[in-house]
Design a protein around this ligand. Structure first.
Ligand code: FAD
Length: 364
């Protein structure tokens, strides 16, 4: 089949690789002049990334063993393995393996619109348009998904966060991520300090409102000076976002497959890409096969709804509960990309977590 993939991010690149390997004719259209630029990501992957067995030497920047959590009055250190990647090189890795399998990459080419069965691709260098009629079109074109909009199924109630991040110099524990919670620091999420090394870190936060204000405040409070600033939109999972309309499919940020508690979209997006490719190759139903990833996204969304109502005392109390050996052990065994055992086992060992459930009713 002729398959057009819109967006050469990691999810588009990986989908292209799997489909090209299965013998399909793949064209990837990317509106930027270079894959993976500009970077708009901290590049954290949980250890669940190991399930893909990709070689990491071309893009791995650092490995993390500890996550520290700071709430207004409490601190906590959890042992978790994470990887930190360079997003330009990470995205390039996926597009390169897709091209090795025969996929064609068109840089400076963007989806402009749909006209019936055709899509119109605009070449920003030659300022020309071409009409193509693929058998299948896949939108991996990020949070604002022009593809979903062209096919009239971009859900109007999707919620986007806005993230701002700086690279900073300083002295850092090289294998420890630090996260800062509280209404004054970053309402609805957290601020992060993610080391690339002992002397360089990625520092940022994301909110739905006044992001710049909270970012400037955080930078000021920690005496950080930005070497380089990046910013971008991050969707959170929307359970009513359809994944398919006619011959058009969505994956990754375009489909809102981002963990609502941490705004991590890389591992779930790659898991989704693998399922999508399998459905196209083997004639399976995407909406049905995606159920396992969808359940995890749903649980993250529910926990996010609870966190959204938290006051500073709640954050302190949550950290106190997690800061018990019996709970820490669970957090060391299960990553954020595997939240079902993490949440269920924690509830069984510490029923006081249930008191936060009251916030779900405020949101329903
Ligand atoms: C500040 C910040 C920090 C983040 N940190 C993390 C993190 O640490 N870990 C994590 O897992 N996730 C993180 N995320 C989220 C992560 O970046 C996304 O989930 C991930 O990039 C999704 O990949 P994707 O391939 O779906 O989309 P993208 O990476 O957004 O790729 C989409 C591609 O489509 C292209 N495109 C868009 N429109 C068109 C068009 N009309 N025609 C052609 N091409 C088009 C874009 O140029 C882009 O290259 C972060 C996001 C932000 C903003």
């Amino acid at each position: 089949m002729n398959i057009a993939i819109i967006g050469a991010g990691p999810i588009g690149g990986y989908t292209a690789y799997l489909l090209a390997k299965a013998g399909h004719a793949i064209s990837i259209y990317e509106n930027h002049s270079q894959v993976g630029c500009p970077i708009q990501c901290t590049g954290i992957l949980t250890a669940d990334f190991d399930e893909f067995n990709f070689p990491m030497d071309s893009y791995l920047v650092n490995t993390i063993d500890t996550i520290e959590v700071f709430t207004p009055k409490q601190t906590l250190a959890v042992k978790q393995k994470d990887y930190i990647v360079d997003r330009t090189r990470f995205d390039t890795f996926f597009v390169d393996i897709a091209m090795k399998e025969g996929a064609q990459l068109y840089l400076n080419h963007s989806l402009s619109r749909r006209e019936g069965k055709n899509i119109i691709i605009k070449d920003s260098l030659s300022k020309t348009e071409k009409i193509i009629t693929p058998d299948i079109i896949i939108g991996t074109d990020g949070p604002l998904s022009p593809t979903a909009k062209a096919y009239n199924f971009y859900h109007p109630q999707r919620i986007n966060f806005y993230g701002i991040q700086a690279t900073v110099e300083g002295t850092f524990e090289p294998h420890t991520i630090k996260t800062y919670f509280g209404k004054e620091v970053c309402p609805g999420l957290f601020a992060w300090v993610v080391p690339e090394s002992a002397t360089m870190a990625r520092v940022g936060l994301a909110t739905t409102k006044n992001t710049k204000h909270y970012f400037d405040q955080f930078m000021h409070d920690h005496h950080f000076v930005a070497k380089e600033i990046q910013a971008g939109t991050i969707p959170i999972y929307h359970p009513e976002q359809k994944l398919q309309q006619d011959n058009c499919y969505l994956a990754g940020d375009a489909a809102t497959y981002v963990k609502a508690t941490t705004l991590g979209g890389l591992v779930p997006g790659l898991q989704q890409a693998r399922i999508l490719a399998d459905c196209i190759i083997n004639g399976k139903k995407y909406e049905k096969e995606i159920k396992s990833v969808r359940q995890k996204m749903w649980l993250h969304l529910k926990v996010h709804h609870i966190f959204d109502e938290f006051n500073d005392d709640d954050w302190d109390r949550l950290v106190m509960y997690v800061n018990q050996p019996k709970i820490q052990k669970i957090f060391e065994q299960h990553t954020r990309d595997n939240p079902i055992p993490l949440v269920l086992k924690s509830l069984l060992k510490e029923p006081r977590f249930l008191r936060f459930g009251k916030y779900l009713f405020l949101n329903s």
